[in-house]
Design a protein around this ligand. Structure first.
Ligand SMILES: Cc1cc2nc3c(=O)[nH]c(=O)nc-3n(C[C@H](O)[C@H](O)[C@H](O)COP(=O)(O)O)c2cc1C
Length: 363
């Protein structure tokens, strides 16, 4: 029977177990995007404690884009030495580390009047009300190229993999979503057209890192919004990614802050589960697509993850908030204390002084 503590190959890398520290923005980088000492400590702690694959928080691929304060940057070669230091630390502990690269866009209220913020059409982002600049085709090509350049820097910095952030209402998710993408050109309309910008970003990334480097993507299974990116769209898109040679798809939703309360709620024919919110969606994707599928959101117990592994084709699990409470969670489980994670998924982990568990931990 497979176990969450079994190793797994993702593309060309071998991870010591099937747990991913899903990308978690710590809000601790400086204004430009350079890491703080505290962040090096956080990643070293995760690496020491046997997380199978550690993702960084999202790193901005363009200087002008910055959906949140304290994000890491990967928009210039000057970042490479600081990330070499990071990857060396993780590798010293026999860990694997991936960088998540992102163009945020209009899901922001941060310095919105000081910069140009791109979006597919002029539709304001639902939660922030921020309206961006509708992108020209040249703008789309610019963002795709910036993904490629960022991915080259990721590889040169010694990361084991790169992940494209195409979820959570950020720019690439907005292209996929008919709610945000009202374009009449070849980037809007059918799912094939809505996926075009994302695929062009993927192509630039792949071109920059070569066919043997591990490239992952994080997407939402559905937008959980009427008129948004649907689960049918998601299945079609995953098939497109499979054909393109993606190495792993991480399935998320854009609702982790409220998912506990939404347990049992049905959307696009499937339910949000209390444990592992998006398992029903991930299970179907994993049945239909021949690419490792990781599901993220709401996991706290190894016993439960093992049950999912035995009953589905899902390959692994992303965990974010529980690591803010217990960075040593995986090691604790491996050593035999398999009690579920302490984290109660209350999402009180975002603070102006950095993101940490305000319930069980001190800063
Ligand atoms: C403080 C915080 C920061 C996050 N930062 C990111 C991020 O940078 N990129 C991303 O894709 N998701 C981010 N997420 C979402 C998580 O990766 C994850 O999808 C979500 O929290 C659900 O997983 P969990 O139930 O294990 O926390 C963040 C979540 C939290 C709470």
């Amino acid at each position: 029977m497979s176990s969450v503590f079994d190793n797994i190959n993702i593309g060309n890398i071998n991870c010591k177990n099937r747990i991913l520290r899903s990308a978690t923005w710590e809000a601790l980088a400086d204004e430009k995007g350079f890491m703080s000492d505290k962040q090096y400590e956080i990643y070293e702690e995760l690496a020491k404690n046997d997380v199978g694959l550690i993702s960084t928080g999202y790193a901005r691929i363009m200087e002008s884009d910055c959906p949140n304060a304290g994000m890491m940057g990967i928009y210039d070669d000057c970042f490479i030495p600081s990330y070499k230091k990071l990857t060396d630390i993780v590798h010293k502990h026999n860990g694997k580390i991936m960088m998540q690269i992102a163009y945020g866009g209009t899901k922001t209220t941060y310095k919105v009047n000081e910069r140009t913020i791109f979006c597919p059409s002029g539709v304001p982002e639902i939660t922030t009300g921020t309206k961006g600049k509708e992108m020209t085709i040249d703008d789309i090509k610019l963002v795709a190229k910036a993904h490629g350049e960022a991915a080259r820097r990721v590889k040169e910095s010694g990361f084991d993999a790169v992940q494209i952030h195409a979820g959570h209402n950020y720019l690439l998710n907005q292209f996929l979503s008919p709610y945000y993408n009202r374009r009449a050109d070849e980037y809007g309309g059918s799912i094939e057209n809505r996926a075009r910008a994302v695929i062009e970003c993927y192509d630039e990334v792949r071109k920059a890192v070569g066919k043997d480097y591990t490239v992952m993507i994080k997407i939402t299974c559905t937008d959980f919004t009427e008129g948004g990116f649907s689960f049918d769209d998601c299945l079609t898109f995953c098939k497109m990614l499979e054909k393109k040679g993606i190495d792993c798809i991480e399935i998320s939703g854009n609702i982790h802050g409220k998912a506990e309360k939404m347990a049992g709620y049905e959307f696009d024919g499937h339910s949000i589960l209390k444990d592992g919110y998006f398992v029903e969606y991930g299970k179907i994707i994993a049945d239909k697509v021949n690419v490792p599928i990781y599901v993220t959101g709401g996991f706290r117990s190894p016993e439960y993850m093992n049950k999912i592994l035995s009953k589905t084709n899902i390959s692994g699990f992303g965990i974010s908030r529980p690591f803010l409470t217990e960075p040593d969670l995986v090691k604790r489980w491996i050593l035999g204390d398999t009690k579920k994670a302490k984290c109660v998924h209350c999402s009180k982990c975002r603070t102006p002084e950095g993101n940490y568990c305000t319930v069980f931990c001190s800063k």
